[in-house]
Design a protein around this ligand. Structure first.
Ligand SMILES: N[C@@H](CCC(=O)N[C@@H](CS)C(=O)NCC(=O)O)C(=O)O
Length: 216
């Protein structure tokens, strides 16, 4: 069975897709937006969201979990340090840092800048709890550890590309599209290097809808 990725362009689903492209694996991309029976998708994801990944063994959701699973399934591709190595601890640290700590202000900013997004995605009362300035300060704070690390390193773990960079790059790309990255020079340079990667370009060039804004 060919692996399947249920997808919407410029959502968090681009992260596992980017990893699949980096790993040069073959997969079927199923654009959920184009699916006239989108309600069927609720059988795959409890909230009808993307990404969802299906192979012979699993049918899972959560973009970071999918990326971590893929890295472990294909150890020969070397997208994760071996499970017993100390590097693995740092790999986990950055994977979780990206999807929990770094992403929080980016998502907050996205909803604040787009009041038209449905209330079902984020309650309106929540959206105005911080000003844009306060969210940008929050983002600058959570970028600090990355900034420090990137002072001496090109990548997050053992100075080579891992899944932690893909997930972090995916979050930073959203921040970049939202215009949040103004002062974080080293972090921005890191993102620019990631965006130069052919696999990243393939994912975004094949973006037929020509979107240039995160989709939530
Ligand atoms: N934490 C989840 C978030 C999933 C999520 O919120 N997906 C959004 C796109 S980024 C979605 O499917 N939105 C469409 C909808 O809710 O109808 C992940 O990382 O996979």
């Amino acid at each position: 069975m060919v692996m399947k990725l249920y997808y919407i362009p410029l959502t968090r689903a681009t992260r596992p897709r980017w990893l699949l492209e980096e790993m040069e694996l073959s997969y079927e991309l199923i654009n959920v937006v184009e699916n006239p029976h989108r309600f069927e998708h609720k059988q795959r994801h409890p909230h009808g969201k993307v990404p969802v990944f299906v192979d012979n063994y699993v049918a899972i959701y959560e973009s970071t979990a999918i990326c971590a699973y893929l890295a472990d399934q294909y150890p020969e591709k070397q997208f994760a340090p071996s499970s017993k190595s100390p590097a693995r601890a740092y790999y986990y640290q950055w994977l979780f840092y990206a999807s929990v700590t770094l992403e929080a202000p980016v998502e907050k900013y996205l909803f604040q800048k787009n009041p038209h997004l449905p209330e079902s995605l984020s309650p309106n009362s929540e959206r105005q709890s911080l000003s844009q300035e306060e969210i940008l300060q929050w983002f600058a704070r959570v970028c600090q550890p990355l900034h420090q690390h990137l002072n001496n390193n090109n990548y997050l773990v053992e100075n080579q590309l891992t899944t932690a960079d893909i997930v972090t790059g995916g979050v930073l790309y959203w921040a970049f599209l939202l215009g949040m990255m103004t002062e974080q020079t080293l972090v921005k340079n890191y993102l620019m290097r990631l965006m130069e990667r052919p696999a990243f370009k393939r994912v975004h060039e094949k973006n037929v809808e020509n979107l240039n804004y995160p989709q939530c």
